[in-house]
Design a protein around this ligand. Structure first.
Ligand code: MN
Length: 261
């Protein structure tokens, strides 16, 4: 059974919750609904609680060498962000190799290994010095990408949506609370395909730190508890095909593995 779906259904309430237009749950009230819509929850390590995912933000080109390989200038211009839908999450339990479906419409399906920050507080215009107070925990994730479609759409000045924000495009592991791991300013981040190293970098090579990402993001969007942020990928992104096994690592977190099926 799909573990994510199990968690969703086991936690799902029988009635919906009405939230304010801003996304705030302050004025939440229970309402009757004609059917249920699954929410997305990620297990929290060392806890019986689940992290409820509100939004998935992703930062683009946050390592200079990756910005160069994507054909852009890695100078410290303001970061840019895009989103994946919440139900793009594919939870990958520690110690397992989850099946990850090769998506439709692409002939160039790429991995991107990334540190993921999970927020338990929100706000607008958060100063960098206070930004890490918003972080509940961290995990590692793959920003899976239909690279051919992303490039083609970009060339046509159309939205990236189907290149980046498709079903199951966000495999990630369980959330580790900051109290257990501390924050991640440095440490190895690598990704192997079939045991061969492909990406190999250090988190200290990020152009914008997690704190800076949160601060910049909060200038564009009001952040809320439940938001998660993919912090960008190092250089040497590349393709996978059916049968390939991806293993990714960040120092201080258990490895994440998927098989492309
Ligand atoms: Mn990415």
């Amino acid at each position: 059974m799909d573990r994510r779906h199990f968690f969703e259904t086991s936690v799902a309430a029988s009635a919906g919750t009405l939230v304010g237009l801003s996304g705030s749950s302050v004025a939440a009230q229970t309402v009757k609904t004609p059917f249920e819509v699954a929410a997305t929850y990620i297990p929290v390590v060392g806890s019986d609680e689940f992290f409820p995912v509100r939004r998935i933000y992703c930062i683009g080109r946050n390592y200079a060498a990756h910005a160069r390989e994507m054909g852009s200038d890695p100078s410290r211009e303001p970061p840019f962000f895009f989103q994946k839908p919440t139900d793009a999450v594919q939870f990958v339990p520690e110690g397992t190799i989850a099946d990850h479906p090769y998506p439709t419409l692409t002939k160039n399906y790429h991995y991107e290994a990334e540190l993921v920050a999970a927020l338990h507080k929100g706000g607008r215009n958060i100063p960098v010095a206070e930004a890490l107070d918003l972080v509940y925990g961290y995990t590692l994730g793959l920003d899976m990408t239909r690279r051919d479609l992303q490039r083609a759409l970009g060339d046509q000045k159309k939205p990236w949506e189907i290149g980046k924000s498709f079903d199951r495009s966000a495999p990630l592991g369980a959330i580790h609370r900051v109290a257990q791991t501390g924050h991640f300013a440095q440490g190895a981040i690598w990704l192997k395909v079939n045991g061969e190293i492909k990406q190999n970098a250090n988190l200290n090579q990020m152009i914008w730190s997690v704190a800076e990402q949160i601060s910049k993001l909060s200038e564009a969007f009001e952040l809320f508890p439940g938001d998660i942020i993919y912090s960008g990928t190092p250089e040497n992104v590349g393709p996978v095909v059916r049968g390939d096994v991806i293993e990714m690592h960040i120092d201080g977190l258990p490895n994440l593995s998927v098989t492309i099926v």
